[in-house]
Design a protein around this ligand. Structure first.
Ligand SMILES: Nc1ncnc2c1ncn2[C@@H]1O[C@H](COP(=O)(O)OP(=O)(O)OP(=O)(O)O)[C@@H](O)[C@H]1O
Length: 638
């Protein structure tokens, strides 16, 4: 989508907020109205009725509705409206007690379990399973046997017994949300865990929490009424909704009317809570649904890969040195022995076919290995500090030292906040300036990435931006901490060709202005030629070649690099078919012991069956090929 297409987007109904979505639903409005009315009437019961709930008048029993008693009287001549409202107080209190306990345990444990994982996750899920298996009603009856008539103890217990359901749901959602790129971006930006949970994860779970709380409240109302009906609630003569139904059922043959005021509020309240829960869920789905179909991603072309550099001394002048980095996901190495350096002001391209480990390498640098993977070997030195050895240094460096721009700007930005607020938050965090100054700086940053009318853009939510604008906003966010290294993972993949060129031009000018280093992951040799000083070629989790861009283009010293350059559409000869590399990249776990490219290589011989080390055939360039001498000769004679 181009920037111009924002106008088209604006014509599409905008995503409504949860509240607006709710207010558009008649059922939700009626339910909210009823619950509000009920709450007000019970709280202000002494003002609503002149009769006390215990006042008896044996001369007017079971009167039915009259002027003096709007809902009639019971068998002792007590005013039903008064008993209903005062009884409603204990119902509302019971609901509040149980729901508060339910939410306190469910939200805290669900978030902690899903986000922190590890042993805590194991402990929480096992405990939740155990509590889930307990027979709730039996436990409550036991509690009431130990504390007769103590509804508070019963409701707190019910809150505890109900919480495992919420824990499971929120844990599952947290696991999903924590993998979203804007959460990774928040980690890169240096937010602490509590900040990420509060600002980025909890808001995404709000609708689920409200739905679950409403449904749980409906269950509490029925349980509380059931206990009252059985005489296990508030001791007589105190009013309760369950007690009213019990009284009404005893005189149903003499005065069927009494069942109506006794039972109807109970039924309407339970239905209202259920309808409200459904409406919140529907409104949330609507609020989060994308307003227009996501722009189709450009199909990815197969790209060259490279081999990792084995043990070597890091460049003393490097800003970042990756040394022998090995990353495992699920116990399988997906990136192995990767090494490279970047100096300040330099742009290093990382190229390779899909699945060769480019993204995992860049995320590994930031300590953000996906899928609960881990760095199993190697070091990442940034300005001399080993980021793999010190989580504190890593946390300090993220955002301010190293920033990250992903290929999906629309999801890298938090959809819940305006662009300006996210930027201001990042600026304030990194610079420590006040809110007002941070807001001004946020608009400056948007201007710096050449967004027209930056103040207006600051007031928009990410979904109101086109792909190109969102990527510029994401770059502005990355610049908020004035990083020394920007990692850009295919920053133009999801954009139209014209916008791609603009974003690449922007990156180039920002680098010239700030002098920062850029690690650019790309599939596009055109981008490498245009922006990069050096390039690392990755194949099947290894670096296979690393060289100055000009040397790489003129004399590739790995058959894979040569194959990829030949398949480069920018160099295609009109009318001739574009050469391709036969076969596919072997997946992690299926890598051969020898050269990983051998099965696709025209030069392969028996010598390729043994492990191939990286060699340095020329100063400042490395390759992982046993036929390197032949390639050097061919290149020289060309
Ligand atoms: N979350 C994950 N869980 C399991 N395996 C993963 C996960 N993320 C990546 N991998 C695996 O790690 C390997 C390297 O993936 P990576 O995304 O780094 O490749 P890439 O070169 O960046 O590819 P692309 O250009 O498609 O992004 C792949 O085999 C991939 O299947």
């Amino acid at each position: 989508m181009t920037d111009a297409s924002v106008a088209t987007r604006a014509a599409v109904p905008a995503r409504g907020s949860l509240v607006r979505g709710l207010l558009r639903r008649r059922g939700a409005v009626l339910s909210l109205g009823w619950l509000l009315l009920l709450t007000l009437a019970t709280v202000a019961a002494p003002l609503v009725t002149a009769h006390g709930p215990l006042d008896q008048d044996l001369n007017s029993v079971l009167t039915g509705p009259t002027g003096a008693h709007l809902l009639g009287t019971d068998t002792l001549g007590r005013d039903l409206l008064s008993r209903l409202l005062f009884g409603g107080r204990s119902t509302l209190l019971a609901v509040a007690e149980a729901v508060v306990v339910f939410l306190a345990i469910g939200v805290t444990a669900g978030l902690a379990s899903g986000y922190l994982g590890g042993r805590l996750d194991w402990l929480i899920t096992r405990t939740a399973d155990l509590v889930f298996a307990l027979p709730g009603i039996v436990i409550i009856l036991v509690v009431l046997a130990v504390f007769p008539g103590n509804l508070h103890a019963a409701m707190v217990t019910f809150g505890v017994i109900g919480s495992p359901g919420l824990i499971r749901i929120l844990r599952a959602q947290t696991l999903r949300v924590r993998e979203e790129l804007y959460v990774a971006a928040a980690r890169v930006a240096g937010l602490t865990r509590p900040q990420i949970l509060r600002r980025h994860i909890l808001p995404r779970l709000t609708s689920t929490v409200i739905v679950q709380a409403a449904l749980f409240a409906a269950i509490v109302v029925t349980i509380q009424a059931g206990l009252g009906f059985l005489g296990l609630g508030a001791p007589a003569p105190a009013p309760s909704w369950g007690g009213l139904v019990a009284d009404a059922s005893q005189v149903i043959d003499r005065d069927p009317w009494m069942l109506l005021p006794a039972g109807l509020p109970l039924v309407v309240t339970v239905v209202a809570l259920g309808v409200l829960g459904d409406a919140v869920r529907d409104a949330a789905v609507e609020a989060w649904a994308p307003p227009v179909p996501a722009p189709a991603r450009r199909p990815r072309r197969p790209m060259p890969t490279a081999a990792g550099v084995t043990t070597r001394e890091p460049d003393p002048q490097a800003l970042l040195s990756v040394i022998g980095l090995t990353v495992e996901i699920g116990g399988t190495p997906v990136v192995q022995d990767v090494s490279f350096d970047i100096r300040l002001g330099e742009t290093l391209g990382v190229v390779g076919e899909s699945g060769c480990g480019k993204s995992v390498t860049s995320l590994g640098i930031l300590g953000l290995v996906p899928g609960r993977g881990r760095i199993s070997a190697g070091h990442v030195l940034f300005q001399g500090s080993d980021l793999t050895a010190s989580p504190t240094t890593l946390a300090r460096v993220r955002g301010s030292g190293i920033a990250y721009v992903s290929q999906e700007p629309m999801v890298a930005l938090d959809p819940t906040f305006t662009v300006g607020r996210q930027l201001a938050e990042a600026v304030a965090r990194h610079s420590g300036c006040g809110r007002k100054a941070a807001r001004v700086r946020a608009v400056d940053l948007l201007a710096r990435v050449n967004l027209p009318d930056p103040a207006a853009v600051a007031a928009r939510h990410p979904h109101q931006l086109s792909g190109g604008m969102a990527q510029r906003a994401a770059i502005a966010l990355a610049l908020a901490g004035e990083p020394r290294l920007l990692i850009a993972d295919e920053p133009t993949t999801a954009l139209d060709v014209t916008v791609q060129a603009e974003i690449l031009g922007l990156l180039r000018s920002l680098q010239t202005e700030t002098g920062m280093a850029v690690l650019l992951i790309t599939h596009d040799w055109g981008v490498v030629a245009d922006l990069c000083d050096r390039a690392v070629v990755m194949y099947a989790g290894q670096v296979v070649e690393q060289a100055d861009v000009a040397a790489l283009f003129s004399r590739p010293l790995h058959p894979y690099t040569a194959g990829l350059l030949a398949a480069n559409p920018h160099a295609a000869v009109p009318g001739e078919p574009l050469p391709t590399i036969p076969g596919t990249v072997p997946p992690p776990g299926a890598w051969p012991d020898g050269c990983r490219f051998a099965a696709r290589c025209a030069l392969a011989t028996d010598a390729c069956a043994a492990p191939v080390p990286l060699t340095e055939p020329e100063p400042d360039r490395t390759t992982r090929c046993v036929h390197v001498d032949r390639l050097v000769q061919e290149g020289t004679s060309r």
